[in-house]
Ligand binder design. Structure first.
Ligand code: NAI
Length: 331
């Protein structure tokens, strides 16, 4: 039998936490034969709610769950963790300046970077979900220099899955029959959902999405807007953010990173750029990646047309601007 893995979830008393924790504890993230010990962190004002989640985990009598820590102590939360899922952050409230929100999150991620660097297991793998996800991950990477940069990622799998879902709906197919969409860039409204390399399975074999949909206007207009605005649409409908699909995507992200992607299939992950596709090295940018043996690698050699190039650059520029805003909060 496998040794338990320690999984940290920050912001665990929040909405995404409530959806994600049972998924992790039932083996949807790390596999059905992987025992886990959950480390749940939140801030003191949420301590009582966090303890309520712990009570529910006891009540669920989950076979894979070998232990639960519910704490507001950052060091206790980070000690020995193999996996860290970062949901905790400071949300933008009405009337707040962008810089104010950025400054709160930069402070949080700087502290958490130091705690992870000092206390986490050596090869700890990190997924940042909390917004601004790419820039929070960037700060975490900069302030935890002894954690390999390749171990620090952010979530754009929700956007990726949304793109699969929209293509499938449009074609009256199932999402599992669509693959290789790409989310480039920032997890924000400048992200570029790219279907130029996506394919669907048909009775006559694999066909390109472009060939089958053949409606350029929809593909380069409405489709992109739907994906970029989907989060806002969910909030309008639910009066709450998209916690179920975010939690599901976080499981997919870690699952595929650790256990691998099927041959010929890629997924989107926010990772540290190595300069591929002309993206500035060091930026946390969403790329198409394939995974094997716990390592991701950026899919190389895809042809990028002028339309795609300009969208990718717009998102790059936004990330560079966020980076300089974040750094201005540090000084
Ligand atoms: P929420 O507000 O319900 O939960 C956030 C939790 O974080 C709260 O319980 C809060 O007390 C806690 N928290 C705040 N500061 C903390 C700190 N310093 N340490 C530990 N915990 C702290 O928000 P929700 O809906 O659960 O979303 C979580 C985050 O994920 C948000 O930033 C949201 O914008 C982001 N998100 C990102 C998505 C993506 O695709 N990348 C998708 C959906 C949400």
């Amino acid at each position: 039998t496998k040794q338990p893995l320690k999984v940290l979830v920050t912001g665990a008393a929040g909405q995404v936490g409530y959806a994600l924790i049972p998924m992790i504890a039932r083996g949807l993230m790390l596999g059905p034969d992987q025992p886990i010990i959950l480390h749940m962190l939140d801030i003191p004002s949420a301590a009582e709610a966090l303890n309520g989640v712990k009570m529910e985990l006891v009540d669920a009598a989950l076979p894979l769950l070998k232990g639960v820590i519910a704490t507001t102590d950052l060091v206790e939360a980070c000690t020995g963790v193999n996996i860290a899922i970062m949901l905790g952050g400071f949300p933008r409230k009405e009337g707040m300046e962008r810089k104010e929100v950025m400054s709160k999150n930069v402070a949080i991620y700087k502290d958490q970077a130091s705690a992870l660097e000092q206390c986490a297991a050596k090869n700890c793998k990190v997924l940042v979900v909390a917004n601004p996800a790419n820039t929070n991950a960037l700060i975490l990477k900069e302030f935890a220099p002894s954690i390999p940069a390749k171990n620090i990622t952010c979530l754009t799998r929700l956007d990726h899955n949304r793109a699969l879902g929209q293509i499938a709906e449009r074609l009256n197919m199932h999402a599992s029959e669509v693959k290789n969409v790409i989310i480039w860039g920032n997890h924000s409204s400048t992200q570029y959902p790219d279907i130029n390399h996506a394919t669907v399975i048909t009775q006559e074999g694999e066909k390109s999405v472009r060939e089958i949909i053949a409606n350029d206007k929809w593909l380069s207009g409405e489709f992109i807007t739907i994906i970029r605005q989907r989060g806002a649409a969910i909030i309008r409908a639910r009066k709450l953010s998209s916690a179920l699909s975010a939690a599901s995507a976080a499981c997919d992200h870690m699952h595929d990173w650790l256990l691998g992607t099927p041959k010929g299939t890629w997924v989107s992950m926010g990772v540290c750029s190595d300069g591929s596709y002309g993206i500035p090295p060091g930026l946390i940018y969403s790329f198409p990646v394939s995974c094997e043996k716990g390592e991701w690698s950026i899919v190389q050699g895809l042809k990028i047309d002028d339309f795609s190039r300009s969208k990718m650059e717009a998102s790059t520029n936004e990330l560079l601007e966020e980076k300089s805003l974040a750094y201005s909060c540090l000084s």
